[in-house]
Design a protein around this ligand. Sequence first.
Ligand code: PXP
Length: 252
Amino acid sequence: MKTSEIKLGVNIDHCATLREARYRNNHNINAKIIEPNLVEMALAAEEAGSDGITIHLREDRRHIQVDDVWQIRESIQTRLNLEMAPTDEMIEFAKNIKPAFVCLVPENRQEITTEGGLDIVSHKERIRTVISEMKTAGIKTSLFIDPHPQQIEMAAELQSPFIELHTGSFANAYYDSDLKYKELEKLCNAAKIAHEFGIVVNAGHGINYTNISEVKNIPWLYELNIGHSIVSRSLSVGMHAAVTEMKKLIKG
Ligand code: PXP
């Protein structure tokens, strides 16, 4: 899918990271004073033009908690994109929460290719089951995968409606100009292959206010999911301004 404007999903996990730095195991102290308030941050992102809110409920609950997912789901006006590991527990949780999207991500060692996306080639039957169960529940699945043709072909075989290309290797290589362009080329090729299969292409991880100028030129992008850089910028200028700036760079 190509729209005139690439959409922006704001990942607010790191707002929860900051909260947990102080309040882990002490959420009942007094709900009013617990900060930062995730719903407030999500609503500020939306007000500034975010097209969706992304959160990752991890098995170790290191940042987002179950209550956060419910509260955000009930408060936002846009779309909730729930990142999750393809576990039985998370499948049941997603069916109850009913986000617009789930994005399947690796969480533990047997689910990852080295520092990369979900290895859907090795776990194809598991992923097939999750996509099918989500579809029955009216939830669209995205797969967070490395930009390797083999992974894209498997996403097509599994009839995943969306993928999210892992931009981490590109972001890490950003200051090595040879490597950077190799990584960018992999992303561009992967996006083209996915598009030819009719898969909608998202991308995310490590995207910031500098590398966005190149990331946004990956063909056929539907949505970018950006977390750390926006949350970090929000500490200086506030969430509304941080999202406004990123939207401007995406459009520019
Ligand atoms: N997309 C996915 C699937 C992620 O898991 C994350 C967070 O780790 C992001 C996007 C956002 O990455 P970042 O915080 O580096 O912008």
